[in-house]
Design a protein. Structure first.
Length: 583
């Protein structure tokens, strides 16, 4: 398929923010795509080059792109940078420059969707000495052979800044409309922008089937292929594979032990809620894979966990779910999450880090046993399997500390024990529930001791003044509402001038700099990527921010590099906390 066809779709999508219109446009496009093009098309529609679970990255910053645009267009870098600061979008800058250049040249090549993916993937493979120059050269070549509108979207794809706003829900719905639309008699009224469906129940069943397949594969490309090739049967037959992470099951918040029982039934299992980092551990013979809650591959960063998975568990094939908790070598006591968070993105000095900030792996669930999915078995059976597999080796790998109880007093004592030994509270698990990847359905609940903090993304910021002028020091925070980021406050305290346990100004400045989209004086607009946990005194109603709420005395507690912008607190959560606090 020609890339220009996809570019037309990008333009149509960009022209509206209406989700149903997006769904219709994408579904028509997918319906008509060849099966060989489906995978690349879906990835590019999502603005991706690799599937979510793939750890490869193109590794190109805005500065490198500017050099490539300069090579392709003949325009000096300084001019491109100035244009970029004005518009905040390198894609549009590229479009204008390539268009100007094309007036003087005649050459024009047809590039295909596959070619774009191949070339962009090629960038990730370039390593070692001189790799920066080689990457710039390759991007420049691609831009030179592209038409202006194609160049615009290639640049946006590389920068991971599509500006179209296609969420997972839209892609899921588009797959249903594209491949089951006739069967479900889906009629989309373009004029009134409404859909009519013959049988809602059946429609929902198909939605669930696509969602389930996606939660297991963590990639829409094979899901769309299966739907197109083999319909519902194809979706139902999709199986997880060891080595490819699947979404983790999420926890619902409860306020009391009684509410926990209401959700999970009596008796229920209660476990310590460790303040660590979620780890999905895959083992296939001697191959081990470790993934975070966001499914980032952190195998290299946790050699001691790899060693444990290899040598402390005899089973050769499995996927288990666990929480890795940092502990002090001196006292043996658990340390808060910050102590190990710096290990997640480490590329160098990993062994030393592992020495300094070791983790204990607390296993609490199993997803695959011996190559077979066990997610449909009841929790209690999965737990029995784990008990046979995991021989507790303290400070290395252990089963999460737990009780099965139906007596409130017993749970109260256990809760106290959990908090006294440095944990956040308790997790409550429904004994007869399956494991639902990606879902927050109350099969597992959390009961925390402290007031709930918010996880917010930084959308804007300001350069500091005087002594702090080299740092970005004030951060505008946003929560999520239907894929939009709504501002809720500004924070600048909670950070240190030097790094101790927490985050320093210098460190956060380094994290934010590559994300700058626009600068006007001191004011900076950022790509929403960096998530921070925010503590506050109170949530207030306020017309100042687009969310309609403001935080009193917001304070940065820690960087949540285990969360992405999709995982942040929603407006609904803010409203719930607001209402609870009123009570
Ligand atoms: P929260 O991050 O506050 O939504 O709490 C849910 C998280 O608690 C999970 O994603 C895990 O990372 C973590 N956790 C700690 N201990 C457990 C446990 N025993 N079972 C399940 N999750 C746990």
């Amino acid at each position: 398929m020609q890339y220009s066809k996809l570019v037309k779709i990008y333009e149509e999508l960009e022209a509206t923010t209406k989700r149903l219109e997006h769904t219709y446009t994408i579904s028509e496009f997918l319906k008509n795509a060849n099966i060989e093009d489906l995978s690349a098309t879906i990835l590019l529609l999502e603005g991706r080059i690799f599937p979510r679970w793939d750890e490869r990255e193109v590794g190109i910053a805005s500065k490198m792109i500017i050099k490539a645009i300069s090579l392709a267009s003949g325009m000096p870098k300084e001019k491109i940078t100035a244009e970029w600061k004005k518009t905040g979008d390198l894609g549009t800058v590229t479009y204008n420059l390539i268009k100007k250049k094309r007036q003087f040249t005649l050459e024009s090549y047809e590039i295909t969707v596959k070619k774009v993916i191949e070339n962009l993937r090629g960038l990730a493979a370039i390593e070692g000495q001189g790799s920066v120059d080689k990457k710039i050269q390759l991007v420049a070549e691609l831009l030179t052979s592209a038409k202006p509108d194609e160049a615009k979207y290639i640049v946006r794809t590389i920068l991971n800044d599509m500006r179209i706003g296609i969420g997972e829900g839209t892609i899921r719905d588009s797959i249903v409309w594209a491949f089951f639309g006739d069967e479900l008699k889906i009629a989309y009224n373009q004029e009134e922008k409404i859909i009519e469906v013959d049988d809602r129940q059946k429609y929902n069943k198909y939605m669930d089937a696509v969602q389930r397949a996606f939660d297991i594969m963590n990639d829409f490309a094979p899901v769309a292929e299966a739907a197109k090739k083999s319909g519902m049967k194809g979706l139902e037959e999709m199986e997880m594979s060891i080595g490819v992470p699947l979404k983790v099951m999420l926890a619902l918040k409860v306020e009391s032990i009684e509410e926990g029982f209401e959700r999970c039934g009596k008796p229920a299992e209660f476990e310590f809620k460790y303040d660590g980092m979620r780890m999905q551990i895959h083992k296939n013979g001697s191959k081990i894979g470790i993934f975070t809650r966001r499914l980032e591959n952190v195998t290299a960063q946790f050699p001691e966990v790899v060693e444990c998975a290899k040598n402390c568990i005899e089973e050769k094939k499995f996927i288990i779910d666990a929480e890795a908790v940092g502990y002090s070598k001196k006292t043996g006591k658990y340390l808060p999450f910050q102590s190990i968070s710096q290990r997640i993105k480490r590329k160098y000095g990993i062994e030393k880090m592992a020495e300094q900030y070791p983790v204990e792996t607390n296993v609490f669930d199993i997803i695959n046993y011996n190559g077979r999915s066990v997610i449909n078995k009841p929790f209690i059976e999965r737990k029995e399997m784990l008990k046979k597999m995991i021989k507790n080796v303290p400070k290395k790998i252990v089963l999460a500390t737990s009780i099965v109880a139906e007596d409130k007093k017993e749970v109260q004592d256990f809760y106290k024990e959990a908090v006294d030994s440095g944990n956040e509270g308790l997790m409550i698990k429904k004994l007869d529930a399956p494991y639902k990847p990606g879902a927050r359905v109350g099969f597992m609940c959390k009961l925390k001791a402290t007031k709930e903090n918010l996880d917010l993304v930084i959308v804007k910021a300001e350069w500091g003044e005087g002594k702090r002028s080299k740092w970005i020091t004030s951060y505008t925070l946003a929560c999520m509402h239907e894929k939009n980021f709504l501002e809720i406050g500004k924070a600048s305290t909670g950070l240190k001038e030097k790094r101790e346990m927490g985050l320093s100004f210098a460190e956060i400045t380094e994290l934010l700099k590559p994300l700058i989209k626009k600068e006007e004086g001191k004011e900076i607009t950022l790509k929403p990527k960096i998530v921070v946990e925010i503590a506050y005194e109170e949530i207030q109603k306020s017309p100042t921010y687009s969310s309609g709420y403001a935080l009193r005395f917001p304070r940065i507690v820690r960087l949540r590099d285990d969360l992405g912008a999709d995982d942040i607190s929603t407006l609904k959560m803010v409203e719930d906390f607001y209402n609870k606090q009123k009570k």
